[in-house]
Design a protein around this ligand. Structure first.
Ligand code: AR6
Length: 169
């Protein structure tokens, strides 16, 4: 099954699960986390409060409040330092853990933002490569449609220059 790279606001995606780029507290923040909590409404925050946070490189699933999807998977990406502190493996683990949770919940469609590529400072080229490699590895063994959702204008421009939009891997 395919990986699609598309331009959209992830809160508008009508898929089974969307992934949030969260922090260890799982209680909201800036970036896509703020967009998701704002669109989902208070029930998402109330459910997140019961989760006890989440480790970096891992993910936890909740309902989706007012969002058009069924689930939100809150993944905690690494803050990028210099690439020598295990950032790549930790970022890959966010994608693979989220995909595993989605498969366990019998999701058929899932949408990811570019985890860690905003406030957490992961270099775009490497962040996109890790996302595509980890997702494609998973898709070799699992039947799932995956969207990698690009949002901000700098990232859209970056992807257009490399003819990644639209890309069907
Ligand atoms: N739809 C899709 N992608 C989006 C959207 C959206 N509505 N909004 C932003 N992005 P970031 P991080 C993109 O900063 O780097 C939060 O405070 C954005 O352009 O949201 O993992 C958390 O609570 C970028 O490409 O997440 C954490 O504290 C990507 O989503 C921290 O930020 C990720 O950017 C996590 O930082």
């Amino acid at each position: 099954m395919p990986l699609h790279i598309i331009q959209n606001d992830i809160t508008k995606m009508e898929v089974d699960a969307i992934v949030n780029a969260a922090n260890t507290a799982l209680l909201g923040g800036g970036g896509v986390d703020a967009c998701i909590h704002s669109a989902a409404g208070a029930s998402l925050y109330e459910e997140c409060k019961t989760l006890g946070g989440c480790e970096v490189g891992s993910a936890k699933m909740t309902g989706a409040g007012n969002l058009p999807c069924k689930y939100v998977i809150h993944a905690v990406g690494p803050r990028y330092r210099d690439g020598k502190h295990g950032e790549a493996a930790t970022l890959a683990s966010c994608y693979s853990t989220s995909l595993r949770l989605a498969a366990e919940a019998k999701c058929q469609t899932i949408a990811f933002p570019l985890i860690s590529c905003g406030i957490y400072g992961y270099p775009l080229k490497e962040g996109i490569q890790i996302a595509c490699d980890t997702i494609n590895d998973f898709l070799r063994e699992h039947d799932l449609t995956v969207y990698l959702v690009i949002f901000d204008s700098k990232t859209v421009q970056f992807c257009k220059e490399r003819e990644l939009l639209p890309k069907f891997c």
